[in-house]
Design a protein around this ligand. Structure first.
Ligand SMILES: [Zn+2]
Ligand SMILES: [Zn+2]
Length: 291
């Protein structure tokens, strides 16, 4: 039987870094200036951060004006005007927010970065980003499956439904969890990405994210991910339940424990794991694909 393609091969020689790719400053509609935002995330033990102001790019050069406090600062912005919002991660400069979002994705790619669709289920109709657009566009690397600020706005902070529809159709996309922090209080450390970085630099983190070498979290910590053939082991520090989902988001296994070891069904194009903790805490692995 064919094995699995997945982004967690050879997790050796590096370390897990906690990071947020979506935060605003007073350069756009955030309440705090850059340095206060950087200080806040550094104090909380983050390893990397991207300032993502609305259609205002923050470059590596811009970051030199600030004290990094040890954070790896990723250049980027949030593509905002004329359509569904997208993150522009790790690119050299601003891409205009063309109405044609595929053109945005293509230009982001030529500038060395990658694109992520943001908060698809924002607004009362849960449709900030139409599913048809997610299906039409290509070459973006993923979508926000969790966006913290939507906890206090209309719609849902979660978008695993959109992700499963795409994965079921054979798309290979990563799930991101971000704060989308604007306010000085209450918006920070709601959702984050734990990336396995062997090269602790902006380029190294961007490349690891592009390859899916991370998991998304709102509080559950994953300690081990191992794959042998079609068997997957996930070990967490603090999950109370782990759910394994496959084709069509069908749950093919579930345990009330902090770890799971399970065989991915032959008929499933993909498998992914949700690790549920206490309160509203989760960890979401990236998908494992049938080779
Ligand atoms: Zn947005
Ligand atoms: Zn935003």
């Amino acid at each position: 039987m064919a094995g699995l393609d997945h982004p967690y091969r050879e997790l050796r020689g590096g370390r897990w870094l906690k990071g947020n790719l979506h935060t605003h400053t007073s350069n756009s509609d955030g309440q705090r200036p850059h340095q206060e935002v950087i200080d806040d995330y550094a104090r909380r033990g983050y390893g990397f951060l991207m300032i993502s102001d609305h259609d205002i790019h923050t470059s590596e050069r811009d970051y030199r004006a600030f004290d990094t406090r040890g954070l790896i600062l990723i250049p980027g912005n949030e593509v905002t005007a004329h359509g569904p919002h997208m993150l522009h991660v790790g690119a050299a400069d601003l891409v205009p927010p063309h109405l044609d979002r595929q053109r945005v994705i293509d230009e982001v790619g030529t500038k060395g970065g990658f694109a992520v669709f943001n908060h698809p289920n924002w607004h009362a109709n849960f449709n900030h980003c139409p599913q048809e657009l997610l299906e039409f566009c290509h070459e973006y690397v993923g979508l926000e499956i969790y966006n913290g600020v939507i906890c206090r706005l209309e719609g849902s902070p979660y978008a695993t439904n959109r992700w499963d529809i795409l994965l079921t159709k054979g798309r290979r996309l990563w799930g991101f969890a971000n704060d989308d922090s604007h306010a000085a209080v209450g918006d920070v450390e709601l959702g984050w990405n734990m990336v396995y970085a062997t090269e602790p630099t902006p380029a190294g983190v961007v490349e690891a994210l592009r390859r899916g070498r991370f998991y998304a979290s709102t509080g559950v910590v994953i300690r081990r991910i191992e794959v042998e053939g079609r068997r997957i082991l996930i070990e967490t520090e603090n999950a109370a339940r782990i759910v394994a989902l496959g084709q069509g988001a069908k749950r093919f296994a579930q345990v009330d424990a902090a770890a799971i070891a399970v065989e991915v069904p032959a008929e499933s194009r993909y498998a992914r794991f949700e690790c549920w903790g206490t309160g509203e805490s989760f960890a979401w692995t990236q998908p494992f694909f049938s080779a």
